[in-house]
Design a binder for this molecule. Sequence first.
Ligand code: Q46
Ligand code: ZN
Length: 301
Amino acid sequence: MKCKRCGQQAEVELPSHNAAFCRDCFFVFFQRQVEKAIKKWQMFKPHEHILVAVSGGKDSLALWDILVKLGYRVSGLFVDLKIEGFSEKAREKVEKFAHQRQGHLIILDLAEEGIAIPWVVKYTRKTPCSICGQIKRYYFNHIAYKNKFQVLATGHNLDDEASRLLANVLRWQMPYLIEQSPILPSVYGFAKKVKPLYRLGEYETAAYAFLRGIDYFAGSCPYSKGATFLRYKQYMNQLELEFPGTKLDFYEGFLKKIGPLFQSSVKKNQDLHLCPECGYPTIAPQCGICRLKHKIKNGKE
Ligand code: Q46
Ligand code: ZN
């Protein structure tokens, strides 16, 4: 198969774009998709300092890599969840990546915070992934906000967004649908959040990471077994296989037709105040993470 841009031997085939590219032209394609996302949603300006949340996986390291390549000022944030046989390997990859590129990396250790994931799952009725997601969001936001980063970027890709959209639409989860935009503005104590890879699928980010020689962590978290979000990804993959381009059409269609309506109805957070203990925005007297920390501490004593 020939490269769609230059006619040389193609290395990456992309049925969803009805195209195939050689290595160099694939890099051009990848970069353009990211630039398009940044420009369309005005994610950040050239001088702004970006905090990229990195997990050690292909998406977040590819994001850090491409943003540096595009000339942005970037720092990485790794939250060490302390999940045995998983977190230490992921951390190793992130540290190696940052060291090789002399990138600035912030590491937050959840054991030092008294809220390591294996401890937490014993003290909550929520699923491990839902509580883990809540804790990660808390620290991503907290660190971005406290350290005055203008924006927090995450490596969510098209597969993540399309499968999440499918799950949210099937249950008409309006509060979650409102937040399914590639950009969330900074409001009362919350950092601005962006997803520059939202136009690129999992296969594309994996191909980019591989071809760029990024040594990423490909292991899976022990808590992810049977997680529902993986099933929605499989359903979307089946649709994509039969009808190439479905994922992008589905998510882009949502943003175009319905997204602006949801955006205008984002509640103004009048009920929020800052947690007296940690300063995080909450509607309860004390934020959920501080309450959880106390629960764990008291349970251990
Ligand atoms: S790390 Fe956390 Fe994931 Fe593990 S517990 Fe679930 S959410 S699967 S991305
Ligand atoms: Zn708090």
